[in-house]
Design a protein around this ligand. Sequence first.
Ligand code: APR
Length: 253
Amino acid sequence: MIKSAKLKQRPLPMPGKLPHKYTISGLRKGRARVTVVTGAGIDAEAGLPTFRGDQGFYEDEEATYLASADALKAEPSRVWHWYLKRFVSYHDTHPAHSHFALAELEAELGEKFKGVITQNISGLHRKAGSQKVFEIHGCIQEMRNLQTGERQTLPKSWVESPPVDEELISWRPNVCFFGESYDEFPLPEAEEACKSCDIMLVIGTSGIVPTPILLSEMAQLSGAVVVNINPNPGEVDEVSDMSFRGTTAEYFQ
Ligand code: APR
């Protein structure tokens, strides 16, 4: 479990123009080691709903319940059928320009690129060609066997015709449901990437789920500069050295 370090209060970041060193061209030309944390805001540019805010995914209370460990335990079949419907829209979604720009940055920086830590389960970073991706909430294309723990790609055929419940509920989606720990997911690797960077970009997350906040504090404690990229003010501003008050697409243009 990550412990919040309660860092000294930092002056609030000035929105707007970032010093060149922290812009995308500055990162490309620079010698800094870079780590990136992403949330639903980057997937919004590929047409996927964010979780909160207008038309947010969790505006629908049923979705909040069905995405919980309690529902998965109490009604695995119902959760699976809801989940398979949700799977379709993700499966057919293509990465946005920002996903490809991150994959290009990784290729250009080589060893200096420490990884993309994503809360998104869409799999769009991998689809765009990113290699060092830590999916700390899992991936919608994967499932896990409840007995053996074995992981497999979720067969697309299950969408058209789900298997009988007996088979269905012997598996579970390999994503982190509300109320579950990160034990099954690459959080230790993500923490390493936070401790070994000079610049951390935090893109498109509200920080309402506190993990990005704690990862930002961990990076700052290791001497990194944290840059928040978000068109809206939010929790991450409190643990950022500076903010780019614009969209991901605007940052990468
Ligand atoms: N570029 C950058 N940021 C954007 C953009 C954009 N084009 N569009 C929206 N945003 C920002 C919003 O301002 C908001 O701060 O993206 C953020 C989305 O916040 P949430 O919907 O709360 O999503 P996220 O922070 O990723 O949620 C974290 O909560 O529900 C759980 O497991 C789920 O991974 C998810 C976690």
